[in-house]
Design a protein around this ligand. Structure first.
Ligand code: SF4
Ligand code: SF4
Length: 400
């Protein structure tokens, strides 16, 4: 395992993101045995950083993570949790909420604690005198219940710089969306420079962009396979995700790279990539950045679902945007089939254009415009037969 030095700690560069644990589609119950098995493997190979958040998996991520970690000594791992200031609809007892998280995580301190999703939109809550969030959380740090304080940020570089300037000395690290696509698409390169200038550590979320850089379009993946054959010797191709992780390992301020793992094979793949330093060559880096340019079609939805709760017609927005991106990549039958599988009132044409989702979206996606375009593309066809439609509906049931 590659480790980073941060303050007085030795952190595994690979952090275990606990937002995508597999669960029973019928009951929503997390598959605890699988979580335990993944943690056992990760810990055996040196992973010591585990990241959860109050709202992950309907509040069950904290519990499942704590259950898996309870089998190990508390001092052998680091827990990161987050305060959900972006989800509040009014002031609450911040300390009581913090204590709920402590209790669910079966601990009396967090090694790392973050303000969750600080953006141009949520700063009004985080910095509100009435909500009193930052002073309360700083008090928890003073009392030793938080060792290092940070925040996750989906805001733009200008916002990030201004927020850090207003809060100079309060935070120890910043978690940003960073990968070779967002290096330019979301100006993550500039954000890294800003965080470094403020002297803070960089934590990475979305290193494979919601899985999209882990399974590239065939043509792009083929370029990497070719490159591997040319430069990687006789070893097996390590996978598209490996290149995405290695791109991040090279950035000096990056201390932890979070990966939301939900299958044992993903843990195994990631552990292989993080076993030892494996810097990218200039050629590999250039090719990744060229692939990023080719991928910039459609919309950069990460399926975080921040937009979904407030949709007045209950659309599964990330699902529809996947269909949109599929259509934008190629006018194949697949996205048509996926839309066919939805009830009429859950299809893109049901969007009433209220704009709530665009307001909530950390990626600043103009969702109503994309859905209007999707509705048009879908209308034009091609369409599937009734048989295919029935099959697809069954598949959606399986995937629920
Ligand atoms: S704009 Fe459409 S998708 Fe977005 S919240 Fe409103 S109805 Fe839902
Ligand atoms: S549209 Fe935005 S808020 Fe909604 S799931 Fe996608 S990235 Fe998240």
């Amino acid at each position: 395992m590659i480790y980073s030095t941060f303050k007085d700690l030795k952190l595994s560069k690979l952090g275990f993101g606990c937002m995508r644990f597999a669960s029973d589609p019928a009951t929503g119950q997390i598959d605890q045995a699988k979580v335990n098995a993944m943690f056992d493997l990760a810990i055996k190979e040196g992973v010591n950083y585990f990241d959860t958040a109050y709202p992950y998996l309907g509040g069950n991520s904290e519990i499942a993570m704590a259950e898996a970690l309870s089998r190990y000594p508390r001092e052998s791992y680091y827990i990161a949790d987050k305060f959900p200031g972006h989800s509040l609809t009014g002031p609450i007892d911040n300390i009581a909420l913090f204590n709920v998280s402590l209790r669910k995580c079966r601990t009396d301190y967090f090694d790392f604690y973050l303000l969750h999703n600080v953006t141009e939109w949520s700063e009004q809550f985080y910095e509100s005198a009435e909500y009193h969030i930052i002073p309360d959380i700083l008090r928890m740090k003073e009392e030793g219940k938080i060792r290092y304080l940070g925040f996750s940020c989906h805001g733009g570089p200008k916002f990030l710089d201004a927020f850090l300037t207003r809060h100079e000395g309060e935070f120890d690290f910043v978690q940003i969306q960073l990968n070779y696509l967002d290096w330019t698409l979301q100006d993550a390169k500039k954000k890294c420079e800003i965080i470094a200038r403020h002297g803070l550590g960089i934590w990475v979320m979305e290193p494979v962009r919601g899985g999209k850089l882990a399974v590239l379009p065939e043509e792009e993946s083929a370029r990497l396979r070719e490159l591997h054959a040319k430069t990687g010797g006789s070893g097996a191709y390590p996978g598209d995700a490996s290149y995405a992780f290695r791109f991040l390992q090279d950035i000096p301020e990056v201390k932890v790279i979070l990966s939301g793992m939900n299958e044992v094979f993903q843990v195994e793949d990631n552990l292989r990539t993080f076993r030892e330093e494996w810097p990218l060559s200039d050629e590999e880096r250039d090719i990744l950045l060229r692939i990023a340019e080719n991928l910039k079609r459609g919309v950069p939805c990460t399926a975080c679902r921040y937009c979904c709760d407030g949709c007045p017609v209950g659309l599964n927005i990330p699902y529809l945007l996947e269909c949109y991106n599929d259509f934008k990549f190629a006018q194949t039958l697949t996205p048509s089939m996926r839309i066919d599988a939805l009830e009429e009132e859950k299809r893109p044409a049901a969007c009433i254009g209220c704009g709530q989702c665009a307001h909530a979206c950390p990626q600043h996606i103009d969702v109503p415009a994309a859905l209007a375009e999707l509705a048009e593309m879908y209308e034009k066809g091609p369409h599937w037969s009734e048989t295919v439609k029935a099959r697809s509906k069954a598949m959606q049931e399986d995937l629920k």
